[in-house]
Design a binder for this molecule. Sequence first.
Ligand SMILES: [Zn+2]
Length: 424
Amino acid sequence: MPRAVVPATSTTVSVAVAPHAFNPVATSRAHRATVTVETTVDGVLSIEVVTGTGVALATLRAPAQTTAGLPIVVRWAGTGVSDGTYGIRATLVDTAGATSDSVTPVIVDSASPRIVVAAATPERTARGPVTVDVSTTDRSGLSRAVLTVTNQIGTRLGTVRMPIQADSSHATLSWNLRLRKRLLLPGVYHLSVAGADGAGNPATSNSRILLVDRAVTNTVLYSYRGVGRVIGLAFDDCVSGQAWLSIIKSFKLAKAHTTFFCNGVNVRAYPQAARATLAAGDTIGSHTWSHPQMPTLSSAAQASQIQGDKDIWWQVAKASPMPFFRPPYGLHNATTDAVAGSKGFAYSVLWDVDPSDYLYPAPAVLVEKVTSHARAGSIVVMHVNANTAATVPALIAALRRNGLEPKSLDEMFGVAAYLAPQPR
Ligand SMILES: [Zn+2]
């Protein structure tokens, strides 16, 4: 362990160094230090770079006459030294022959910081606040820390600047779950921190999960207009793992995203497809645990159907179908809507186009049934089965020929899916 540089000041010579840390090989920010030395008396001034033990490594100014009150400016680029803390020492020999010196530390730091974000406390919350803490052992500390919040498929929702603690090794935020003054809706979120060390070297932390869960008002939708020439295809039930994976792959090849409303029993049966859905960036929603006719059930039984689906997505993929719910057969009553809201689902998403794909129509017929009814903002109900899966590539192509781009519900809703409406 090298000995620390001990700052020293004298009354006759002062040393200011800016910035206090730099990266000699940086290109787009400070890559050297500017040293400003001033004396209060005339004399002979020299400026050197020294180690913690006082050994001179470089001469920034050879001994030369200086005038009181006239600042001397030199620069140090850190050439040829390894990362560490160094001292800038200014030595003055006054006209009477007395020597005095001052030393100011400067850090050479070419390494990106390792920034570690701790688990949010608590990790599950209704409205917050949650405490987010990041730390680094970087030699120049933290100079910037920005909390970045994404949804569970990695879409960035917003950022919050984090106050840096005095010792610069931590930044801690007590966060009220608001982004742009809007409260996070129920859902699973990923928290990470983008930061920089004292020399400006940037880095991004690991990621932590935050589960927001509380009752909300449920809104029933049949389409989502006003977001351009887009169409929301959504595939229900997920009774076939193979067809499920095939649909994911077809959308990936088409560079598009889609939506799945799977029953919990099928999420449990096909965990690999469930995780692949999220990895592909597709949207998931709840379709209940086992596809009952919801209005025939008691309020408690309806709640249990939705809770079971939430639980299995968390268990299998640390994910949540919130905020999207689709009642089986499109059957819902006031109790269903209230229960969905109480379970954290802000939207019950039905449809305005039903091509009856559960009848296994020939591909050309299925494509025609969708394209002839679809318009901007339409939401289409289909199912995860082999016949539909085989038709998906032709369907995407046909919709695009008609000027309609397939989008997932996440893409159609944007931040509205995760941020409460702006308070008025
Ligand atoms: Zn269904």
